[in-house]
Write a protein that binds this ligand. Structure first.
Ligand code: HEM
Length: 166
């Protein structure tokens, strides 16, 4: 009797999973894949910079491979899934969406036009002369742009979560 009453009173858990939820999951997963590794670069870089010139060459080549094979494809998934979400329930004119849209394009530009060429050049310099003064100069420049990219990702996540103006 008591258990029958408990059965009747227990709340029924119903979970309605929509296609929107699936796309949002893909969007967030792609964000993790695209940018997760980049937040470990300061530790990874500091570790390998203590090593030999060959370690430096390997480090910059690894950056290039990750940018081309992981970060850029994952950013493309972030964009496609984000566009679906925006057009389904929001509007591309919403300021938090248009601002993040612009940030993502800056990130595509920084990756393809600044960071990958800088890593290719740094690999070349490290292979030729090791950690020379020229290498250090170029590395500081690349680190500045890398830091800017990380900051933009943090701003993008804040805009997506807080949705100011929505
Ligand atoms: C660097 C780029 C981006 C990052 C880091 C990012 C991150 C995120 C995160 C973490 C969420 C989950 C927010 C929450 O549920 O509270 C989200 C949701 C969302 N994102 Fe993005 N996103 C990016 C780019 C874009 C772009 C370019 C668009 C559209 C063109 C977009 C559209 C959306 C929409 C519509 C949602 C769904 C909000 C909701 O239903 O709660 N995102 N994004």
């Amino acid at each position: 009797m008591a258990s029958a009453a408990r059965g009747r009173l227990s709340p029924m858990l119903t979970v309605a999973v929509t296609f929107y939820d699936v796309v949002l999951t893909v969007h967030i997963l792609a964000v993790v894949v695209a940018f997760g590794v980049v937040f470990s670069y300061p530790v990874l870089d500091a570790q390998l910079r203590r090593g030999s010139a060959a370690d430096l060459v390997a480090l910059h080549r690894l950056h290039v491979v990750l940018a081309r094979r992981v970060i850029t494809p994952a950013m493309t998934v972030v964009l496609i899934a984000g566009l679906y979400l925006a057009l389904d329930r929001w509007s591309l004119g919403d300021p938090w969406i248009s601002a993040t849209f612009a940030i993502l394009f800056v990130l595509f530009g920084l990756t393809g036009a600044v960071l990958v060429p800088a890593d290719l050049r740094l690999a070349e310099l490290a292979e030729r002369d090791g950690p020379s003064a020229e290498y250090e100069r170029e590395r500081r420049k690349a680190d500045m742009f890398g830091g800017l990219a990380l900051l933009l990702v943090v701003v993008a996540i804040f805009l997506m979560v807080a949705k100011p103006g929505a």
